[in-house]
Structure formats: C-alpha cells, structure tokens
Design a protein around this ligand. Structure first.
Ligand SMILES: [Zn+2]
Length: 149
C-alpha cells in the first residue's frame, strides 16, 4: 500500500478507471477511505460534466470568422507561373529578334555616335531608377505600418 494519499491526478485516473492507474495507487485506494471518498466525488463530477449539453452558438461561427479574414490576392504558385510565363515569352521574343535581326541591330549601334547610344539607354536607366525609388517608398510604408501598429 502506498504510504501517502494519492495526488489529484492519481485520484482522477482512478475515478476514470484508466488503464494508466498504477497498481500501488489502486491498492492504496482499496484500503483508504479518504481517497475512496475523493474518487467518488470525482466520479460524480465526471458524470455530471458528461451530462452537460455541448454549448452551441446561435449563429454560423465559420461564416462570421471567415468574413473577417483577409483573402489572399493570388496564390504564390499562380504568381510564379505568371512570372515564369512572361519571362519565357520575353526571352523567346528577344532571342527571335536577335536571331532574325542580329546583323541589323549590330549595324544600328555600330554606325551611331555615342550620343545616340546614351540616349537609347537613358529611358531604361531612368525607368530602373524610378522603379527602385518606388520600391524603396513601398518598403518605407510597410515599415511604418509595422512600427506603429
Ligand atoms: Zn489515501
């Protein structure tokens, strides 16, 4: 027989007639009136809890919760497919242009002065700079949202 009274966990396991109850605890309860009384109380409590009806909402919980969730704009896989497709088509277009008109392109740029080349490169360069500035502003806006919310 176990010399001390059982813990609440051991009593609850005994009251639930769990297979996890250790034999020493079972032997103690068999001889200890105090632990038998506590086990009877837990048995009554578990029975009363089991008789309770399950709580139910009077509204459609999933519908209410899902209405407040932000829906993702597009799946990452879909975006990846779109970006991959556009990249492939762009590369195919450029390759075709170089294959078909390569010599003419070389003549176009080899017979022109440096000023024409710089002028032709000005637009992509300016566009790249504007995109970098816009990305940086967007990044700053997101960082402000993170810092103040
Ligand atoms: Zn006891």
């Amino acid at each position: 027989m176990k010399p001390t009274h059982l813990t609440d966990t051991e009593i609850q396991l005994y009251a639930l007639q769990s297979a996890d109850s250790n034999p020493a605890a079972l032997e103690h309860v068999r001889h200890c009136e105090s632990c038998q009384a506590r086990a009877r109380e837990y048995t009554l409590l578990f029975h009363a809890v089991g008789q309770q009806t399950r709580p139910a909402f009077d509204f459609d919980l999933p519908e209410v919760v899902m209405g407040h969730l932000v829906q993702p704009k597009a799946s990452p896989v879909g975006q990846l497919l779109i970006v991959s497709g556009i990249s492939f088509l762009s590369a195919a277009f450029l390759g075709t242009m170089v294959f078909l008109f390569g010599q003419q392109l070389l003549d176009l740029f080899s017979n022109r002065s440096q000023v024409v080349l710089y002028t032709a490169m000005a637009f992509p360069g300016a566009l790249t700079i504007l995109l970098v500035i816009e990305s940086y502003r967007e990044f700053q806006g997101k960082m402000k949202q993170l810092n103040f919310n």
